[in-house]
Write a protein that binds this ligand. Structure first.
Ligand code: NZQ
Ligand code: ZN
Length: 389
């Protein structure tokens, strides 16, 4: 196992009715900015529960954070933060709203350096975040793990870039599975697939004998394979136990625990971000296209872990090594198909003519040494995208 430091201070409040706890989680003297997205929270009763819980607090609102939040939208929040002396952010929504709140929190206190003070540098130049407003989160879409990690992804002019800082990790998060009942099938699928691939990217590398991390990861993958399709099937989709298991899996998949002390390979995500930035494809749907191709192109480098994945996650015990690996990859694709997400670039009407632009963007964003061995060069990314056609 590799050396690691692990600390996850986000307090999780899990279960039905937990939104009311925000009245106690946020200090009474805070000046709160409630940030949310396009209005789904008004249709499903979440907004009202939040407003009720904040009845003793001083709060203001900022809405309109879009999926794949943009720099331009997020910077608009700075006006109200200054005008109203906001000192606490409450994000209510999916990963985009929570990510957006993180950038707002860091931008509000960003001092810059001798070269300037544009908060975009936090993403474009990976300028360190040294201060941020405190954040609380009410999660409405289980997928990203953003509610208890320090990551955020922001888009500007088609450039979708990540940043990370422990200072933007939410202090608390509310996870009430009942609020996920209003999700569309598309968003349920996206969430399950995103969480599945977060787990894979911290698991499918090479073995360092991290038995705890491996078995936690395998447990999460199996849970998502079991419960994901139930959340789409008419007979079981309203089942709160299904929703609860998916919600907790998605948080556990990217709260730092399974990735501590093991190698990681975020190539699927980095290539996927370019697909979203250039063509607007939903985050999870870029991943379901790229991952099977990564598994095929990196079969030799990942051989040992692919075999372990085949045996422990898919219970494949028959056949020679190559047959078992190929079957595991096929079953992964079938799982994505069951979850109704694309597995090929052609499924989203993209073809070989589009690959040059994606490679150009990867180069522009410095994504030239991806993977657990930093050996996924631009040529190999091209091979992966070609495999995904
Ligand atoms: O904007 P509203 O009206 O709220 O509607 C949203 C949005 O249209 C809707 N929605 C959310 N909860 C709902 C609901 N609709 C009905 N009922 C509910 N309970 O769903 C739509 C999509 O929301 P979004 O927040 O964009 O989805 P998701 O949670 O999948 O977040 C995706 C973003 O997170 C980033 C992605 O790149 C993308 O920008 N990621 C963040 C990560 C992190 N912070 O660690 C890691 C991930 O890999 C990912 O990159
Ligand atoms: Zn993701």
């Amino acid at each position: 196992m590799l050396n690691f430091n692990f600390q996850n201070p986000t307090k999780i409040n899990f279960g039905e009715g937990q939104i009311s706890v925000i009245s106690k989680e946020i200090p009474l003297d805070a000046r709160v900015l409630l940030v949310y997205g396009g209005g789904s929270i008004k249709g499903n009763g979440v907004y009202q529960q939040v407003i009720d819980a904040l009845s003793e607090h001083t709060f203001f609102e900022f809405s309109g954070i879009e999926p794949n939040p943009t720099y331009d939208t997020l910077m608009k929040a700075q006006e109200i933060i200054k005008a109203e002396n906001i000192d606490y952010l409450l994000a209510v929504g999916g990963g985009s709203v929570v990510d957006g709140a993180k950038f707002i929190a860091a931008a509000a206190l960003y001092e810059g350096n001798s070269e300037g003070n544009d908060p975009w540098d936090i993403l474009a130049k990976q300028q360190a975040v040294t201060k941020a407003l405190p954040i609380g989160a009410v999660l409405t879409l289980p997928a990203t793990g953003s509610e208890s990690n320090g990551n955020s992804v922001v888009t500007r002019d088609g450039n979708k870039l990540p940043f990370s800082s422990p200072l933007v990790r939410p202090l608390f998060a509310v996870l009430d599975p009942t609020v996920t009942l209003s999700l569309s099938d598309r968003q349920i699928s996206n969430g399950v697939v995103d969480a599945f691939i977060h787990t894979i990217e911290q698991y499918l590398t090479y073995s360092v004998n991290g038995k705890v991390q491996d078995r936690f990861s395998e447990g999460l993958l199996q849970t998502l394979i079991e419960e994901g399709p139930k959340a789409l099937a008419p007979a079981t989709k309203e089942n709160l136990e299904v929703r609860a298991n998916i919600m907790w899996s998605a948080t556990m998949a990217l709260n730092g625990l399974i990735g501590a002390g093991v190698p990681q390979d975020w190539s699927t995500h980095m290539i996927g971000h370019e697909l979203t930035g250039a063509f607007g494809i939903d985050h999870a749907r870029t991943l379901s296209i790229v991952l099977p191709a990564v598994m095929k192109v990196r079969k030799e480098q990942k051989r040992e872990k692919l075999l372990q994945y085949a045996t422990r996650v898919w219970q494949i015990t028959e056949g020679d090594e190559n047959t078992r690996i190929d079957q595991a990859i096929r079953l992964t694709e079938e799982f994505f198909e069951t979850m109704q997400v694309p597995t090929r670039l052609s499924d989203v009407d993209l073809g070989s003519k589009d690959i040059d632009l994606l490679i150009e963007r990867l180069a522009q964003h410095g994504m030239t040494t991806l993977g657990e061995h930093s050996d996924i060069t631009l040529d190999i990314s091209r091979e992966i995208l070609t495999q995904a056609l």
